[in-house]
Design a protein around this ligand. Structure first.
Ligand code: GLU
Length: 311
């Protein structure tokens, strides 16, 4: 059984609240990311908790030069000030490798050389094909985590994952049917988001993960991973997505316009309005500090509607 890893820290004392915002530096912040950052910030501050920023810079081919600094500057200009130093995932590679090693020793991980086409032929959910195949480790291969039919020591985790999302309500997922074994290290040798996000949320002792609703789908597999690593499972809340006129999630990929920090107060006002908080019209041209003060004093998570899911 995995009981303790040097990379994972002890549990929080009761009543501690640690929230976080974890952008990937693939481009500048847009209105949708501001909305997610703002909810996690306000919810943390309402609980007198801390709010961390973690830069998820694990995928250099997708990153944009200067984006990490631009994101931090933009948060700062919107008066969303974080606690403590920013954690950069690019500096955590040895921690990820250590967790992989432990999983390998526990027979929870296996090498896989299936291609994207193979996965497509399986209908998009990996069917465990490489679990019992011998893979040439001198050739490019990924490492996959077993999510079902686990070794005997872990059999208790072999069940549907249920959780109550703070915004989206009760959720239940069967990981064999909806997720399949997950890649933790890719064929191109990069660590996968699914590994790094959980290892770091544990290491940073995050208690509340409030983020965009596009990640609701992957939450059950992350909860499974928290349990597998013997860690406390945080609370999750998934914020409705901001959609563009074509009904797509605002994203860097579909070229959502970057936030203009000269309108920081106005951006925050619109974000609060989107979140159903009804900020007074008198504040529409106010400074970021004033709008945020109002937001902190009047924050009601319950005004948020479950809203749209990722298409
Ligand atoms: N880095 C991820 C993203 O920008 C978010 C990860 C998370 O909040 O769990 O989409």
């Amino acid at each position: 059984m995995i009981t303790s890893l040097a990379t994972l820290s002890p549990l929080n004392p009761p009543d501690t609240y640690v929230g976080r915002f974890a952008p990937s530096p693939t481009g500048p912040l847009h209105f949708g990311s501001l909305v997610s950052a703002l909810v996690s910030y306000l919810h943390a501050r309402m609980h007198k908790g801390s709010w961390l920023v973690r830069m998820e810079d694990l995928d250099p081919p997708r990153e944009q030069a200067g984006a990490a600094d631009a994101i931090l500057r933009c948060l700062d200009e919107h008066q969303l000030h974080w606690d403590g130093p920013v954690l950069y995932q690019s500096q955590r590679l040895s921690a990820y490798e250590e967790v992989l090693e432990t999983l390998r020793n526990e027979d929870l991980l296996y090498a896989c050389n299936c291609t994207r086409q193979d996965l497509q032929a399986m209908g998009g959910i990996y069917n465990g094909r490489c679990r019992n195949r011998t893979i040439d480790l001198d050739q490019p291969h990924a490492w996959r985590l077993k999510l079902y039919d686990l070794p005997p020591d872990y059999a208790a985790l072999d069940q549907d994952v249920c959780f109550a999302d703070l915004i989206q309500g009760e959720q239940r997922q069967n990981l064999r049917d909806t997720a399949g074994d997950q890649i933790l290290k890719r064929k191109d040798d990069l660590f996968a988001y699914q590994l790094a996000v959980v290892v770091d949320d544990i290491a940073q002792q995050v208690t509340h993960i409030i983020r965009g609703n596009d990640l609701l789908e992957v939450t059950a597999r992350q909860i499974f991973f928290f349990r597998l690593l013997g860690a406390a499972v945080p609370e999750f809340g998934h914020v409705p997505l901001v959609l563009n006129e074509q009904g797509q999630k605002l994203s860097k990929q579909n070229l959502a316009p970057p936030l203009d920090s000269t309108n920081a107060g106005n951006n925050l006002w619109h974000a609060l309005q989107f979140l159903g908080q009804n900020p007074p019209l008198a504040l529409i041209k106010a400074s970021a500090t004033d709008v945020l003060e109002w937001g902190k004093a009047h924050w009601h998570m319950s005004h948020l509607k479950p809203g749209n899911r990722a298409p």
